[in-house]
Design a protein around this ligand. Structure first.
Ligand SMILES: Nc1ncnc2c1ncn2[C@@H]1O[C@H](COP(=O)(O)OP(=O)(O)OP(=O)(O)O)[C@@H](O)[C@H]1O
Length: 247
């Protein structure tokens, strides 16, 4: 459904992403790992349209998306979670998700929602459905600013889910979380992966090994290795370059 072909991004002399050809399958959790500066974030930025490739192609559901703007790519179902920066802290949890549901509708529908309260109710119902998936229903009326760090990260994922993604990109979803919050997030991502495709950048190897169907190891902009958790754990090159033999 999503593939890259000879994808390359140069920043002056630096090849941040260097000849990356990958295909992502539906309903899999894929983790992208690698040392600092390996090109993981740049790869995400290329897929979501935040950066344009220097050369190479990106295809999504049979269409070229390289060169499309971020908004068009997001509308087509490829959504990135933005690590809390998308949250309006002074609004309630429900209002945050409701706004995201509304923003996803086109302008004509939006007018209907304003003038027909039955449609507005449907938006609220959708927002509650999303909160329910992340177990945030109980805090729906609280100010987003008052949530714990883990709950805010989940709210951020809810805001992404409210736009009905087919592919969800998550950048270090468990960063800064307590062990309990991390477990909740793992459970949430597992549930999501039953319906959508999830691609994660993650540094925590326990999370990566636990959660992933597939792991892509990047180094110096290139794909060093690509396989299931057992294959990556036993890959000698990966151990030498990245895992230090410790996993
Ligand atoms: N806007 C930019 N301008 C110049 N160089 C950049 C830019 N963005 C990234 N780079 C360089 O591209 C390379 C890849 O960086 P990138 O941030 O994609 O790596 P990363 O794997 O996400 O690293 P980290 O795990 O530290 O976030 C690095 O050498 C980085 O310095």
């Amino acid at each position: 459904m999503l593939s890259t072909n000879n994808l390359e991004k140069r920043f002056g002399p630096v090849r941040a992403v260097d000849d990356v050809t990958l295909t992502f399958a539906e309903n899999e959790v894929t983790s992208i790992i690698g040392p600092n500066g390996a090109g993981k974030t740049t790869f995400f930025n290329l897929i979501t349209g935040e950066l344009e490739p220097t050369t190479g192609q990106i295809s999504y559901n049979g269409e070229r998306i390289d060169g499309m703007n971020q908004h068009e790519i997001a509308q087509s179902g490829l959504i990135r979670s933005y690590q809390i920066t998308n949250i309006f802290p002074q609004l309630s949890v429900l209002e945050n998700v409701r706004l995201a549901v509304q923003a996803h509708r086109d302008v004509a529908s939006l007018k209907k929602y304003v003038f027909h309260f039955s449609k507005f109710d449907a938006v609220v119902d959708d927002a509650y459905d999303v909160l329910d998936r992340a177990e945030l229903t109980e805090v729906a009326d609280q100010k987003a600013a008052n949530l714990s760090h883990g709950q805010q990260r989940h709210l951020d994922i809810c805001i992404a889910l409210a736009t009905d993604p087919e592919i969800l990109l998550l950048d270090e979803p468990t960063a800064g979380m307590s062990p309990e919050e991390t477990n909740n997030t793992l459970e949430l991502v597992r549930q999501l992966a039953e319906e959508i495709t999830v691609i994660i950048i993650e540094h925590d190897m326990n999370v990566v090994m636990d959660l992933s169907d597939r792991i892509i190891v990047m180094n110096d902009g290139s794909v060093l290795s690509d396989g299931n958790p057992d294959e990556i754990r036993n890959d000698e090159t990966v151990q030498k370059v990245y895992l230090g033999g410790g996993v």
